[in-house]
Design a protein around this ligand. Sequence first.
Ligand code: AHQ
Length: 233
Amino acid sequence: MTTGVWGDETFVENLRAVGARAYHDKHPFHVAMNEGRLSPEALRGWVANRFYYQRNIPIKDAAILSNCPVREVRRVWIHRILDHDGNSENEGGIEAWLRLGEACGLSGAELIEDRHLQPGVRFAVDAYVNFARTQPWPIAIASSLTELFAPDLMAARLAAFEKFYQWIDPRGLDYFRRRVTQAQRDSDNALAITLEYCNTPELQREAVRALEFKCDVLWSILDAVHHAYAKNC
Ligand code: AHQ
């Protein structure tokens, strides 16, 4: 046992402490959303801007794959690209998000052409893709561990949409229904890889910093959306 390496339990505790402090479930925009206080304009603004995040997730994950020489890790990670881009059997998350847009009254063209994209959202998402391209692949994988905290948020969001936003066609909510289980599977996989490959004191501390960075990415996205569409919420 070399000095300074955290055991798995301590490592996971340190990762989870980041989410407890900084995950975007606590952002005022999400609090307003889950309390039913968002206007249709604010929800449409959020859906349109989050599309830019969703369409960049497979690009981010492909960047990680291109940096990763370990076949066993690539075999696990490649599913994330198909989850979003889809294939002949499965529409994928990007298609499902376009259906969410339609259900809110946004055309596919508005989302695909980034007509509502806020500068701060573009900046935060591009920073995340660049992080995945330039960081060591285990650190880029660790940054996805915000998904440790996503299943509870997805469930709360689904309940809020069904209760407060009935003007949205419920078929548009398929994306969130799928994410509850996909985020659980994703974070289980990402955590196992992080525990195995972030195996020095420096890599463990970089993994915690990567999660802090990713929490800032998600928080900044909501800051930009909040400022543009829901200043008084
Ligand atoms: O819909 C989300 C998604 O596909 C992903 C991929 C993952 C990653 O690789 O960083 N993170 C993520 C997240 C999604 N939804 C967010 C939300 O609040 O709807 C949460 C976000 C995450 O927790 O990282």
